[in-house]
Design a protein around this ligand. Structure first.
Ligand SMILES: Nc1ncnc2c1ncn2[C@@H]1O[C@H](COP(=O)(O)OP(=O)(O)OP(=O)(O)O)[C@@H](O)[C@H]1O
Length: 278
């Protein structure tokens, strides 16, 4: 849904930087992914949503090259930068030194550390240690570290999960802006349907180890009636619409529970009054 510049002819002709074909992954004897096929186009922002335990993080680990599927093929053009839910900042290094880590490990080559910190609005916090930063600031430093890594693919595993709603909203806006500025191919795992629709170009729904829906969320000028429709559709695909309806039904049933006792008391009073009538 971003307004990143359209790909040049050469970019459009280039193979997708990330692609998996009919992959299967088994963990602890359980088939976690079974027959997943997906490609992520250059510069695209793809959101991955689905129920808890559906295999989203597992698929992200395959896309990061950290997990080898037992079946299928994986294409990763350049090693992606991965941002974990718990950020994994080194507590003994300052924010700037954390962002310098890829260079120290020989995986730098993206933005210069100072520039990466500036890109996420954290240039004033370079000398601070992670323990001295808020959750939102730590998330930004983790993002800056990923931007300092080489390659142009960002994999984000629920980087907003620990943030409160307001910070999360601001972080969302910043992430979208960052994607527009850098044009990095991005895959975001999230539990939020709204976040997925608002941020991504496409939303993949992973359930029962399979992609059950791949929805293009661009177009229609992003008017709210359009995004509301997409969200309702995704809720229906995920089954969350039904549970809402069930909850509403039970609330309605509870709200009608007074009718029977009141009717019984009214009937008893009427019979008593009728019995007293001479
Ligand atoms: N190392 C492992 N060994 C055994 N089972 C695992 C391992 N890692 C994950 N699993 C199982 O694989 C399934 C999918 O896990 P995964 O973390 O990919 O799901 P998810 O969709 O990201 O869930 P969530 O939204 O709760 O983070 C879960 O049932 C989980 O228990």
């Amino acid at each position: 849904m971003t307004s990143a510049p359209p790909p040049t002819q050469a970019q459009a002709a280039a193979p997708a930087p990330l692609a998996v074909q009919d992959i299967a992954v088994r963990l602890g004897g359980e088939l976690i992914l079974d027959g997943v096929t997906l490609d992520v186009q250059r510069g695209e922002f793809l959101a991955l949503i689905g129920p808890s335990g559906g295999g989203k993080s597992t698929l992200l680990r395959v896309l990061a090259g950290l997990l080898k599927p037992e079946r299928g093929t994986v294409h990763i053009a350049t090693p992606p930068a991965l941002v974990f839910q718990d950020y994994r900042l080194l507590p003994w290094r300052t924010a700037l030194r954390n962002v310098q880590l890829p260079a120290d490990l020989g995986t730098g080559g993206g933005l210069a550390p100072g520039e990466a910190l500036k890109m996420v609005g954290m240039e004033a916090y370079g000398p601070y240690f992670p323990a001295q930063l808020s959750g939102g600031m730590r998330a930004r430093v983790a993002l800056a570290r990923a931007l300092a890594q080489s390659g142009d693919v960002l994999l984000l595993d629920e980087p907003f999960a620990a943030l409160d709603a307001l910070v999360r909203e601001r972080f969302n806006a910043e992430l979208r802006h960052l994607h527009e500025k850098t044009g990095r191919t991005t895959v975001l795992v999230t539990h939020s349907i709204r976040e997925a629709v608002w941020l991504a170009d496409r939303v993949a729904v992973l359930r029962g180890g399979r992609i059950v829906e791949l929805l293009d969320t661009r177009g229609e000028g992003r008017v709210s009636a359009y995004t509301d429709g997409l969200e309702a559709h995704l809720r229906a695909v995920l089954g969350t619409g039904d549970s809402t309806r069930l909850r509403l039904d039970s609330v309605r049933a509870r709200s009608r529970a007074w009718v029977l006792p009141v009717a019984a008391v009214a009937l008893a009073l009427a019979l008593w009054a009728w019995g007293r009538t001479p």
